[in-house]
Write a protein that binds this ligand. Structure first.
Ligand SMILES: [Zn+2]
Length: 525
């Protein structure tokens, strides 16, 4: 342990004492804590921790929610006043359900450690009031296969753990945070099923960031797709984030802000640019499912211990806020489900929007250290900060819209599309045999990416809709948009969606210029 680490340890003890918490029982120290933050938990460590937690407290239940590509069962702790871990019990509780996920990127390990510490604190009796209003679904190690591929040079310049960390993609080489729409990985299908069965109202996805050397200990984001229900966006941007940011500043003296990188993207002026609106990303996807989703990015160059604590504090403040507004959260989500999108004009493509006025961004600095075992450089956050004023590009505006039809007519031959819709939890029904007035998208041309991305060559379709009339064949299916997943359905099936099945090439062998896209729209009234 370095002198700085000793100081940090002392600092932590003082903070813990201020919070009035009992020191953790040795049995529930995380691997990071046991090794003075040199190492991070393995899959076996996490499973053991969750199983022991469940054995020691009647309101903690251990279960699994699917499998990785290599067959690891994905561990889940269900915490609350419920009889067991089943989705039926959780839904029947009537409580606000919050899903907390770590490690979607296997090298970004601070969420995995923070969630175990949170669970330990709950065992110790902290936050007892949360169980009155919420049930927590704690999933510390989503990309379990990636977590196990430890290498000392993964995430090279991140400040530890010096004992190494896992890799970003899963065992198939897929980035799980690009797989939420196409569902090529068993992990993404597992979590999509969890969203359907447990139906969490709130979801938090825990990462570690890199890129710009800013002065924030953690950056965050709401769902960024322009079709996100407005009330979800307002709840996060106008209520939860300002409150949580203020609490963190007051209690710990740390600054948190919206995720971004300072750059002059595309030759534009230098600005604070967020990432992407497309629902292949976890928080954007969950937003299109009408749920409140939060991205958390601990700062890569803070020490491993500080990153874990920054993440833990963020999750605690989110849960405190959701607890205080639990009924409101359930109402916002229920309203979004009930509102429906049929007939609305929604976005299929979007570009970043510039903020109305420049904002002050806290920029930071790093000092270089040498990894004691590899000899390679590491970066450590320096306690200096300065303000740089720039426009923020933190939201997205549509560049292409379409009206949401009443339904989509999907030919029986598109088995892969039907299977993936079912994996998302979208309701489909037999189309019957009565002739339907439809709109067919006449394809003028198809652009195909030269290079594969995530194993697929993305496609862009050009063309126009025209009226048509078809009689469904036996086995053809209808997907109606007046269901809670109507927003998602629209993004999955519209031919010009920038993250739909056509974009990912699932219909490539069905598309010919001059012919119709095989999925028809049923416009309705
Ligand atoms: Zn990440």
């Amino acid at each position: 342990m370095t002198a700085r680490a000793w100081r940090l340890a002392a600092f932590t003890v003082v903070l813990t004492a201020c919070n009035g918490a009992a020191p953790p029982a040795d049995a529930f120290l995380t691997r990071a804590e046991r090794t003075e933050y040199r190492e991070t938990s393995s899959y076996a460590d996490v499973v053991d921790f969750l199983e022991r937690a469940a054995a020691s407290d009647a309101s903690v239940h251990y279960t699994t929610y699917g499998y990785t590509n290599e067959g690891r069962a994905l561990p889940l702790a269900v915490v609350g006043n419920v009889g067991d871990a089943s989705p039926a019990s959780v839904r029947a509780s009537g409580k606000t359900v919050v899903y907390l996920q770590g490690n979607i990127h296997g090298g970004e390990v601070c969420g995995k450690e923070a969630l175990q510490m949170l669970l330990r604190d709950l065992l110790g009796g902290r936050h007892g009031e949360w169980r009155e209003s919420m049930v927590l679904l704690i999933a510390p190690i989503y990309n379990a296969d990636g977590n196990e591929r430890v290498n000392l040079v993964n995430r090279g310049r991140q400040h530890g753990p010096v004992g190494g960390m896992g890799q970003r993609p899963n065992a198939q080489g897929y980035d799980l945070n690009r797989d939420h729409m196409k569902l090529d990985s068993p992990e993404a299908r597992s979590v999509a099923r969890l969203f359907g069965e447990y139906d969490p109202h709130v979801a938090v996805d825990l990462h570690t960031t890199n890129g710009t050397r800013h002065a924030y200990h953690l950056t965050y984001s709401p769902p960024l797709h322009p079709n996100t229900p407005a009330e979800i966006d307002d709840f996060l941007r106008e209520r939860l984030f300002p409150h949580v940011t203020g609490e963190i500043r007051e209690k710990y003296g740390w600054e948190y802000y919206y995720y971004g990188n300072a750059s002059a993207r595309g030759g534009e002026e230098r600005g604070w640019y967020t990432f992407d609106h497309r629902p292949r990303f976890n928080n954007n996807y969950i937003g299109l499912r009408n749920r409140i989703a939060i991205l958390s990015e601990a700062y890569s160059y803070a020490t491993f211990e500080e990153r874990v604590l920054a993440t833990l504090y963020f999750v605690e403040e989110i849960l405190d806020y959701v607890h205080e507004h639990a009924a409101d959260v359930r109402r916002i989500v229920a309203d979004a489900d009930a509102a429906g999108v049929t007939g609305d004009s929604l976005a299929l493509r979007a570009v970043p929007e510039r903020s109305a006025a420049p904002v002050d961004i806290l920029m930071g600095a790093t000092v270089e250290e040498i990894h004691p075992l590899t000899g390679r450089p590491l970066l450590l956050r320096a306690d200096t900060q300065y303000v740089e004023t720039m426009y923020e590009y933190g939201t997205f505006g549509p560049t292409l819209r379409e009206r949401v039809p009443a339904a989509y007519l999907i030919p029986a031959g598109l088995g892969d599309v039907l299977t993936r819709l079912a994996a998302h939890g979208v309701a489909i029904e037999p189309a019957g045999s009565v002739a339907l007035e439809v709109e067919a998208f006449r394809v003028d041309s198809v652009g195909t990416a030269e290079r594969p991305f995530q194993g697929r060559n993305e496609q862009t379709l050009f063309g126009r809709y025209e009226a048509d009339r078809v009689t469904p064949a036996s086995g053809d299916m209808l997907a109606r948009t007046d269901q809670p997943l109507g927003r998602l359905l629209f993004s999955l099936l519209e031919p010009q969606s920038d993250d739909g099945f056509a974009n990912w090439g699932f219909l490539a062998d069905r598309l010919r210029p001059g012919e119709a896209y095989p999925i028809r729209r049923v416009p309705g009234n």
